[in-house]
Design a binder for this molecule. Structure first.
Ligand code: ADP
Length: 781
């Protein structure tokens, strides 16, 4: 906007008055002056207003009498007064000037343009002033509007352009031209064809201008970073009369949106492909519970034509499954549960039932609204049938395994009976005076028989472990005596192999006990020691070292565990063989080495140690030796005391031979025992081959000792024992059980129920003789 005061200019003074120039009479001039809308004044800078016309008086709301002396300068805006004074000074010698100034009128400050003339003679100042306030305000408003529009154009993130009727750009903003690396000045005045050769579509522009109808298009434009998609809105520009004077356009770059929409469509397509390719039925349900989509799998799984799938899906649910399905879905729709899993049936097109495992999850919008549910239903009919078959197969296999174990257990038991005769008679033979060859033969029989016995026992133990029937009573067992016993029993074998056995118990606190089963721990140590001998090298060594240490794992105390390590200097075990070491019957090739063995000792040892809550570990360096370590939990040392040894029975009342009744159905065993007792002498033996005969004989003869087999043809030996104890006549007769049943539970049971002793077959002749001596309380040579 131009400063209203800055265009002040002075003209040269005009000589004479208008009347003198013969142009107008005074009356005419006065009448005209009164008619004028301009403010006309004659002013004396010294004394104020001399005369003013009606327009002036109206503007200042002056009465006729108030005109004289009215001080116009007072009414000038304070900022404009200095200029007024300069002007008066400048014109004091006559002359004209125009000046803009603000004057306070009855309607407030108005912007006036004064044309001033000073009479040099009188010094009077004549002025005509036009009110330019409204014009200036309009100019100001126009200017502001332009500024606003320009700012909008400059900052718009869409391209804006305008063209005249000839298609020349008359306006373009930075956004429009900047995208093409140009400035608005580069395009204004030119046609699109000139600025963007080959791109403009003149006909399209013309159509908009001709029809006066806006037009929207998507266009591809080449920009520096590739082809962009832009949305162009073209619209006609009109003048105040409504005539079309050109064309306006707004251009927005929608490349990202197009990409996004494309990506979304692609994702939708992918998802749809996935859903349709899924072997499971995917069902979409809307917020009102209506099925909106079902994947193709439904047709195949339910044998339905596509048009029926939608409508029939729910109807096909098994009526028994419907309530739980409704309940689950109600909870899902109420957002009480995050998902539901359901097994249900649905009827196939041909009438049979298909079982499904369905999983349903809600579709929740960003603002937490339930928009629907997606359900994935898997046909598990075949899986369930397979599972059932598998279960049946497993059960059959378990049954077969049980049958195998039972067979093995029975067979082992049956084998013990003839072995009893073999070993028993061989022992008797050994006690005879024999030639060296015969002696050697009997030794062989005994050695092979005992080996066979060990094998039977081990097989029996393994079957017991497999069937879960291995009975193991755990109690505090003092470590040092078991270790010493094991070493003492192995030493003869070691010496035969030229080996030395060292025992180191220095790290073991005296009286240390472990939680174990004494007999089984001894069995494990004997097995490790005999392996240490068997698989050692000539003149190698064998050592047993016992130490205490912490258990592996949290909360363990420093001396919670006892480790018994059996180390040898043998051939060692290859690392590749270690995983098979504890497999039953796997001898890792030792069967070709000539070393006797069965391949079950370590299997059994590991099981036994684990049943005692311990661990059996091995470390081996091929060519140097192996160390097997048994680790067992330490037990608190028990308080001394316990059961007292059974007092010897009184000698038979008759000073003659002791009467022994042998209840046994196997004639070979009867004969064996007869021969054993014959060696002892001083015994009169009577035999009974059934439980009933035995009871009758005992009642009648009141023997000094009963030897009782458990497997009798009529009643069990256990029953015979019970009856003997119930009858007053036989209640005091000591009964020694002689049986092939080596089960610890059975032994314990019968000892608790009155058996004086428990001897297992095959009979150890010396053991039986010692026992008979002890029970009868006499020693006969
Ligand atoms: P067996 O000694 O009756 O064959 P085991 O179960 O005791 O059965 O041992 C299985 C196999 O492990 C043996 O056949 C042998 O090959 C190997 N083995 C066991 N102990 C040792 C050892 N101390 N040194 C080398 N090899 C051993």
């Amino acid at each position: 906007m131009t400063d209203p005061l800055s265009d002040a200019a002075t003209d040269a003074p005009v000589a004479g008055t208008p009347a003198e120039r013969g142009e107008l009479t005074d009356e005419d001039a006065a009448a005209l002056a009164e008619l004028s809308e301009e403010l006309l004044v004659v002013y004396d800078p010294a004394s104020g207003l001399r005369w003013s016309n009606r327009a002036h008086r109206r503007a200042f709301d002056l009465g006729d009498e108030e005109v004289a002396g009215f001080d116009l300068v007072e009414l000038l805006h304070p900022d404009d007064r200095a200029r007024y004074r300069d002007l008066v000074r400048q014109l004091c010698d006559g002359g004209r000037a125009s000046v803009a100034a603000r004057l306070r009128t009855a309607a407030g400050y108005r912007q006036l343009r004064f044309h001033v003339e000073v009479d040099p003679d009188s010094g009077l100042l004549c002025a005509a002033a036009g009110d330019r306030s409204d014009w200036l305000s309009a100019q100001q408003a126009l200017w502001t509007t332009r500024q606003v529009l320009q700012a909008i154009l400059d900052h718009a993130t869409v391209g804006i352009f305008a063209k005249d009727l000839d298609g020349r750009y008359v306006l373009a903003n930075q956004c429009f031209t900047g995208a093409r690396g140009l400035t608005p000045a580069d395009v204004v005045g030119k046609t699109a064809e000139e600025v963007f050769p080959g791109e403009g579509d003149v006909e399209r522009d013309r159509r908009v201008m001709r029809t006066g109808v806006a037009h929207i298009t998507d266009e591809q434009v080449p920009l520096a970073d590739g082809i962009h998609t832009v949305l162009v809105i073209r619209f006609p520009l009109r003048d105040a009369t409504g005539a079309v004077i050109g064309l306006g356009g707004v251009v927005s770059d929608i490349t990202d949106r197009v990409h996004m929409e494309h990506g979304l469509r692609e994702q939708e397509r992918l998802l749809d492909t996935l859903v349709q390719a899924s072997p499971d039925i995917v069902t979409m349900i809307d917020a009102d519970g209506r099925i909106t989509e079902v994947s193709q799998a439904a047709q195949a799984i339910l044998g339905l034509p596509p048009d029926l799938v939608h409508d029939e899906l729910v109807l096909r649910l098994h009526p028994d499954d419907l309530p739980k399905a409704q309940q689950a879905f109600a909870a899902l729709y109420a957002q009480q549960v995050p998902a539901v899993e359901l097994r249900h049936r649905a009827r196939h097109g041909d009438g049979h039932w298909v079982t499904f495992d369905s999983r349903a999850r809600p579709i929740i919008s960003d603002d937490g609204r339930m928009e629907g549910v997606v359900v994935v239903s898997r046909d598990v009919t075949a899986d369930l049938a397979f599972e059932a078959e598998l279960r049946a197969a497993v059960s059959r296999a378990e049954q077969a395994n049980r049958a195998k174990s039972e067979f093995l257990s029975r067979m082992s038991h049956e084998l013990r009976v003839p072995l009893n005769s073999v070993l028993g008679f061989a022992q008797l033979l050994q006690m005879e005076k024999l030639g060296p060859t015969q002696h050697e033969a009997v030794d062989h029989i005994l050695q092979a028989g005992r080996h066979l016995l060990d094998l039977i026992d081990e097989v029996l133990d393994i079957t017991r472990i497999e069937t879960g029937h291995l009975d193991l009573v755990l109690e505090p067992v003092e470590v040092a005596p078991v270790v010493r016993d094991a070493v003492a029993l192995t030493t003869p074998l070691a010496e035969r192999h030229g080996l030395q056995v060292d025992v180191d118990l220095d790290d073991l606190a005296p009286g240390t006990h472990v939680v174990a089963n004494r007999q089984r721990l001894l069995q494990v140590l004997l097995n490790l020691l005999s392996n240490g001998v068997k698989y050692n090298r000539p003149s190698g060594s064998l050592s047993v070292r016992v130490a205490m240490g912490p258990a592996a794992g949290p909360g363990a105390g420093p001396g919670d565990r006892v480790r018994i390590a059996v180390a040898d200097t043998g051939r060692g075990i290859a690392e590749d063989d270690l995983p098979r070491l504890f497999e039953p019957f796997d001898r890792l090739g030792a069967e070709r080495s000539g070393v006797e063995g069965t391949g079950v000792g370590l299997t059994l040892s590991k099981h036994l140690v684990e049943r005692m809550h311990g661990r059996l570990e091995v470390r081996s360096v091929p060519g140097e030796g192996s160390t097997f370590t048994v680790e067992l939990p330490r037990a608190p040392t028990p308080v001394a005391g316990g059961s007292l040894p059974r007092p010897p029975r009184p000698a038979p009342a008759s000073g003659g031979a002791a009467r022994v009744l042998h209840i046994e159905d196997n004639p070979a065993n009867v004969q064996l025992v007869a021969q054993i007792l014959q060696r002892r002498g001083g015994v009169r033996l009577q035999a009974a081959s059934s439980g009933a005969d035995g009871l009758a004989a005992a009642t009648a003869a009141r023997p000094d000792l009963v030897l009782l087999d458990l497997h009798l043809p009529d009643i069990s030996g256990e029953e015979v024992l019970a009856q003997l104890h119930r009858q007053p006549a036989t209640a005091a007769v000591p009964v020694v059980v002689v049986t092939a049943d080596a089960t610890p539970a059975q032994r314990r049971h019968l000892l608790q129920h009155g058996a004086a002793a428990y001897v297992t077959k095959p009979i150890d002749v010396r053991e039986l003789l010692a026992l008979v001596d002890q029970v009868l309380g006499t020693r006969v040579r």
